[in-house]
Design a protein around this ligand. Structure first.
Ligand code: ADP
Ligand code: MG
Length: 419
């Protein structure tokens, strides 16, 4: 039991039917149906291996893609093949979620066998729109079709989907109302590492926030500065630009127009409030890079030409950030410093990631693009913790109780039947 939640050490799974929710949502190549990345599938392997080896009849539930934009909305069949390859054992797949075919397949499972059900979001109550429009209580989630049909076949529920733990959906929060529950090893690792940082970070604790999807960055900044977790926040990407704008500095009209177009103008007010309260803890870029005539060109703040669109922090800023990261004890990163996908505007991100790679600090990285940057610069092995859950991690850092954590605490109180 950790943080009020059972771990795999607390449950008996031998010859039991274990209903296990994982997050293996990955980008799909729609032309071939193949997965473009398998990071999340790899991450849940330890849990699945352990459960199989302990003799569970393992039923896997997962979603793929969002019903909101239908981007990547797809069957989980390709995932079963990747799982089988990584596990080195057969993973059965059934193109049904909780209908008679799925239930027959579950009943037919033998100890040590694995079955992956189809995309749970093919069931309407699992859809994101259903969640946002009709948000059911956890008790009511236990009455949805999926839980009503599958819970009676299961002995235990295991959730290893930390990356989806900010979602309030039946496959994630409903089963814990009825079945003895536990978190898987990945969930345990992600949740406990991050809880540890939030509760007692080794100081100085530095947050590096950048990127282009910045609502979350501002929520996080408010939480970690307000809660006293962060000693310092280093900013890049649009986060730095919005802060400078709020501070009355000229980041150039093209950058302001881009921020407006992305719908982040409202954050300028938030940034002003943050600066009023925590100016001494927030570091903003002092120089920038833009692409002029196909080449990287750097400008000090105050000297950005009117027509230039800044796309990276400058070398001086990156050097300053390197020094701070190298003398920190804990560093948390979300979001690149610039458009690192392009050679002319990658230097800021690359320099910061170099320092992340060789600092003695405990380093944590979250966010899809930040993980891509980590791979690109060959730092995967040097980072202490790479978190698969972007949205969940951010919600967690803002201090909200995650719905799945709440549900798992509930399900951890339900006792397993003794044979
Ligand atoms: P993460 O996935 O790590 O949370 P985000 O999705 O928030 O990161 O942002 C990543 C994207 O931000 C990258 O594709 C990068 O090109 C873009 N980006 C970074 N800095 C800037 C900038 N100054 N202007 C425009 N886009 C930027
Ligand atoms: Mg981000």
């Amino acid at each position: 039991m950790r943080f009020g939640i059972n771990t795999l050490d607390d449950i008996e799974v031998k010859d039991k039917t274990v209903l296990c929710r994982i997050d293996i949502n990955q980008p799909v190549d729609r032309a071939t149906g193949n997965l473009k990345d398998t990071t999340r599938i790899e991450a849940c392997i330890p849990t699945l291996k352990e459960l199989c080896e302990k003799g569970a009849k393992l039923v896997l539930m997962a979603h793929q893609g969002s019903d909101i934009e239908y981007k990547n909305f797809w069957t989980t069949e390709p995932h079963s093949k990747v799982l089988a390859k990584l596990l080195g054992r057969e993973v059965k797949f059934i193109d049904d979620v909780c209908g008679p075919a799925a239930r027959d397949a579950i009943r037919a499972l033998k100890s040590g066998e694995i079955l992956l059900l189809d995309n749970v979001r093919f069931v309407s109550e699992e859809q994101t729109l259903f969640e946002t429009k009709l948000l059911l209580s956890h008790e009511d989630q236990a009455k949805t079709l999926l839980v009503r049909k599958l819970a009676p076949l299961g002995d235990v529920y295991v959730c290893d989907a930390f990356a989806a733990s900010h979602r309030d959906q039946p496959s994630l929060c409903g089963f814990e109302q009825l079945l003895p529950s536990a978190m898987g090893r990945l969930f345990e690792e992600e949740f406990c590492v991050i809880s540890g940082i939030m509760e007692k970070p080794e100081r100085p604790c530095v947050f590096v926030l950048g990127g282009a999807k910045i609502n979350d960055a501002f929520l996080m900044m408010t939480a970690v500065l307000g809660g006293g977790v962060a000693d310092q926040v280093l900013t890049g990407g649009l986060v730095g630009e919005v802060l400078l704008w709020a501070d009355g500095k000229d980041i150039g009209e093209p950058a302001r127009a881009f921020i407006k177009k992305e719908g982040y103008e409202g954050l300028v007010e938030t940034a002003k409030e943050l600066l009023a309260k925590y100016r001494d803890k927030i570091t903003m870029p002092a120089d920038f890079a833009a692409v002029e005539g196909g080449k990287r060109t750097e400008f000090a703040l105050g000297k950005i030409p009117a027509a230039s669109l800044v796309l990276d922090i400058g070398t001086e800023t990156a050097k300053q950030y390197q020094g701070i990261i190298r003398s920190a004890k804990t560093v948390f990163v979300n979001g690149p410093m610039g458009v690192f996908e392009e050679p002319a505007t990658e230097a800021g991100t690359k320099m910061v990631w170099d320092a992340l790679g060789d600092t003695a600090a405990y380093t944590v990285i979250g966010g899809g693009d930040s993980i891509t940057a980590t791979k690109k610069y060959g730092k995967t092995g040097d980072i202490n913790y790479i978190c698969t859950g972007g949205g969940a991690l951010i919600r967690f850092l803002t201090g909200e109780e995650l719905p799945v954590v709440k549900a798992l605490r509930h399900g951890s109180k339900i006792k397993q039947k003794q044979p």
